[in-house]
Design a protein around this ligand. Structure first.
Ligand code: GRF
Length: 193
């Protein structure tokens, strides 16, 4: 099975959805590491509940992005990670990780890209008054939410919605779509490249 590392900076509800999908047999990948750039990230406690190893490295402890990513890369290599799954990881990938994992880094974003990239995509869509938003899973490149799109699912915004109800609806789609997309991409019992 493909060995994946999950990267997150925050609460980690998407990481948990993936770990749950693995636990109940809907997703045939092997989560070997949860990585965070924040020591206080809620995702770390979630990972421990699922017995997945964790690692934290903070960019401010390094001279520059290259030094940070070289250390992260060494950790990934130690865990023999084949694929990186970003889930609320609030850093742009630099060339060290992009080159080492070319075509093998994906991300989830809570809008129909290319609309509303960057932070607070759900709030941006709400403020814009669009009637349809959604979720995108995409390959990661050097840009902000710009890599080739793998999967998208629309979420309608109804007149009765609030920002809170829209957020819940989008999160519900994320938590289903990300494990499903991972299974389609790399969810094989036997790894064949
Ligand atoms: C998700 O909405 C994801 O799409 C975005 O960051 C958020 C992370 O939420 N990239 P969580 O930490 O998984 O709850």
């Amino acid at each position: 099975m493909t060995r994946i590392a999950l990267f997150a900076s925050g609460s980690g509800s998407n990481v948990e959805a993936i770990l749950e999908a693995v636990a109940d047999g809907r997703l045939d990948v092997e989560p070997v590491l949860v990585f965070s750039n924040r020591a206080d990230a809620g995702v770390l406690a979630r990972a421990e509940r699922y017995d997945v190893a964790t690692a934290v490295r903070m960019p401010r402890d390094y001279a520059d992005k290259r030094a940070y990513e070289e250390d992260v890369l060494a950790i990934l290599q130690a865990y023999e990670v084949e694929t990186i799954v970003l889930a609320g990881y609030m850093r742009l990938m630099g060339e060290t990780l992009l080159e080492a994992y070319e075509g093998r880094i994906i991300n989830i974003h809570p809008s129909l890209l290319p609309a509303f990239p960057g932070k607070d995509a759900i709030g941006q869509a709400w403020e814009a008054g669009v009637k349809v938003s959604g979720v995108t899973v995409h390959y990661v490149d050097e840009g902000m939410d710009t890599g080739p799109i793998i999967a998208q699912e629309a979420v309608r915004i109804h007149p009765t919605d609030s920002l809170a109800s829209l957020t819940r609806a989008i999160q519900a789609v994320e938590h289903r779509l990300y494990p499903e997309t991972l299974q389609q991409l790399w969810g094989k019992k036997e790894w064949s490249g």
